[in-house]
Write a protein that binds this ligand. Structure first.
Ligand code: FAD
Ligand code: UDP
Length: 368
C-alpha cells in the first residue's frame, strides 16, 4: 500500500520548497535526508550565539522579484551587502574588480585610465576570443589582476589549470568601473534575520521528515512508499553510474572559536595566492552585524573529490557536461520522478536559481 503522494529525497532548498508546496495542496509528503539536519548546504549551526554557515558562506541575492517575494514569506532579510576582501601576499584589494581594486593596483583614478590600462594588457596578451577561464579573465581585467587575484585562487579552488576551466565561472564576478564593492549586481540581497534555518523550519513545519536516511541504502522499500519521487541527490548515482561518474570539487571546513571580538573586520577574506592552502576565511558574526564577545572563523580548503565525499561544486567542463546530458536524456523518460537542485541538475546554481527552478517544477507538477 502506498502511503505518500511524494517521497522527497533531500531536505535542501529544492526539496523543502517542493515539500512545502505539495503539502499546501493537500498532498501527503515524506521528506528524507541522509544528513542529520534540514537545509542542505544552507544549514547554519549556532556556536557561541553566532549562526555559523556550516557549509560555507551563504549570501542571498537575486534580481528575480518573484523569487524575492517567495523567500520573504519565510523570513525577513537584513541589509548585509557582501564586499569580500582579497588578500594577495601582504596586499589587500577590494572585490569584485572595481575602481577601488584598479586604484590600489595601478594608482589610476578615473574609469578612463583603468579601461586604458586593461585594454593595453588585453592587446598585449593577443587574446581575441576567450576559450577558457584564463583567457576570459585576462580579456576582462588584464594580466596583472589575473596573476594576483585570479590564477592562484582559481587553480586551488578547482584543482586544475585555469586553461582547462570553462569561461562562465569567472563571469560570475562583476567587473565595474565605479567605486562600488558590492560583490553582486542583484537588486535584492541579505541574510535572513535569525539565520537560514528559520526558512527551512517554516517550510517543513507540517511535513513528515526523517533524517539520517540515505535513499540508496533502502531504495526499493522507499520507492514503494510513494506515488512519485522528488530526487535532489546526485543524478549519476540515481542511475547507478551506468555511463560513468560525474566529477565534483569538494571542500574541507576548519572552524575555530576565538576569544576576541573581531578577528578580521569582514565576513569574507579571500586568500588569493596559490601557496596558502585555503581559499577564504569566513568570520560569521559579520553576516549579522554581531557584537558577541567571541568570534567564530572558518577556513575553507578546496579538496579533490572522490566517491563518498561531499559533492560541493559540479565541474561543468565539456567532458562532464557531455556525460550529464546522457543522464539527463534518461530523466526525460521518467514519469514518476522529478529531478531538481544543484546535484540532480549538475549545475552551479545559487540559491535564487534553485528557488526559481523549484517553483517552475511545482507549477508544472500541479498544472498551474
Ligand atoms: P543541497 O543543499 O545540496 O541539498 C540536497 C540535499 O539532499 C542535501 O541535504 C543532501 O544531504 C541530500 N541528499 C543527497 N543525496 C541523498 C540521498 N541519497 N539520500 C538522502 N538525502 C540525500 N548560493 C547563494 O545563493 N549564495 C551564496 O553565497 C552561496 N555560497 C555557497 C558556498 C558554497 C561553499 C557552496 C558549496 C554553495 C554555495 N551556494 C550559494 C549555493 C547553494 O548552496 C545551493 O544553490 C543550494 O544549497 C542548493 O540547494 P539544493 O537543494 O539543490 O542542494
Ligand atoms: N575567483 C577568483 N578570485 C577571487 C574570487 C573568485 O579567481 O578572489 C574566481 C574563482 O575561479 C571562483 C570563481 O571566480 O571559483 C567564482 O567565484 P565565486 O565567489 O562566485 O565562487 P563561490 O562563492 O561560488 O565559491
Amino acid at each position: 500500500m502506498k502511503k505518500y503522494d511524494y517521497l522527497i529525497v533531500g531536505a535542501g532548498l529544492f526539496g523543502s520548497i517542493f515539500a512545502y508546496e505539495a503539502n499546501k495542496r493537500g498532498k501527503k509528503v515524506l521528506v528524507i535526508d541522509k544528513r542529520e539536519h534540514i537545509g542542505g548546504n544552507v544549514y547554519c549551526e549556532k556556536i557561541e550565539d553566532i549562526n555559523v554557515h556550516k557549509y560555507g558562506a551563504h549570501i542571498f541575492h537575486t534580481s528575480n522579484i518573484e523569487v524575492w517575494k517567495y523567500i520573504n514569506q519565510f523570513c525577513e532579510f537584513n541589509n548585509y551587502i557582501n564586499s569580500p576582501i582579497a588578500k594577495y601576499k601582504n596586499e589587500i584589494y577590494n572585490l569584485p574588480f572595481n575602481m577601488n581594486t584598479f586604484n590600489k593596483l595601478w594608482g589610476v583614478i578615473s574609469p578612463r585610465e583603468a579601461k586604458e590600462k586593461i585594454k593595453n594588457q588585453v592587446i598585449e596578451s593577443g587574446i581575441k576570443e576567450a576559450k577558457n577561464l584564463e583567457e576570459q579573465a585576462i580579456s576582462l581585467v588584464g594580466k596583472d589582476i589575473y596573476e594576483k587575484l585570479i590564477k592562484g585562487y582559481t587553480e586551488k579552488q578547482w584543482g586544475r589549470s585555469a586553461k582547462e576551466l570553462p569561461t562562465f565561472i569567472i563571469k560570475r564576478l562583476p567587473v565595474r568601473f565605479t567605486y562600488d564593492n558590492n560583490y553582486f549586481n542583484d537588486r535584492y540581497q541579505g541574510i535572513p534575520l535569525g539565520g537560514y534555518n528559520v526558512i527551512f523550519e517554516k517550510m517543513l513545519k507540517n511535513v513528515e521528515l526523517k533524517l539520517g536516511i540515505d535513499f540508496f541504502e533502502n531504495r526499493e522499500e522507499l520507492e514503494k512508499k510513494a506515488d512519485k519521487i522528488v530526487f535532489t541527490g546526485m543524478i549519476d548515482q540515481f542511475y547507478n553510474y551506468k555511463y560513468g561518474i560525474l566529477e565534483y570539487r569538494s571542500l574541507r571546513f576548519e572552524s575555530e572559536v576565538l576569544n576576541e571580538e573581531n578577528y578580521q573586520g569582514n565576513a569574507v577574506i579571500n586568500y588569493n595566492e596559490r601557496e596558502i592552502p585555503y581559499t577564504r576565511i569566513i568570520e560569521h558574526k559579520h553576516f549579522e552585524f554581531g557584537n558577541q564577545n567571541k568570534t567564530v572563523i572558518t577556513r575553507e580548503y578546496p579538496v579533490e573529490w572522490k566517491q563518498g565525499d561531499e559533492p560541493y561544486y559540479p565541474v561543468n567542463d565539456e567532458k562532464n557536461n557531455r556525460l550529464y546530458e546522457k543522464y539527463k536524456a534518461l530523466t526525460e523518460n521518467e514519469s514518476k520522478i522529478i529531478f531538481g537542485g544543484r546535484l540532480a541538475d549538475y549545475k552551479y546554481y545559487d540559491m535564487h536559481n534553485v528557488i526559481a527552478e523549484a517553483l517552475k517544477k511545482v507549477k508544472k507538477e500541479f498544472g498551474e
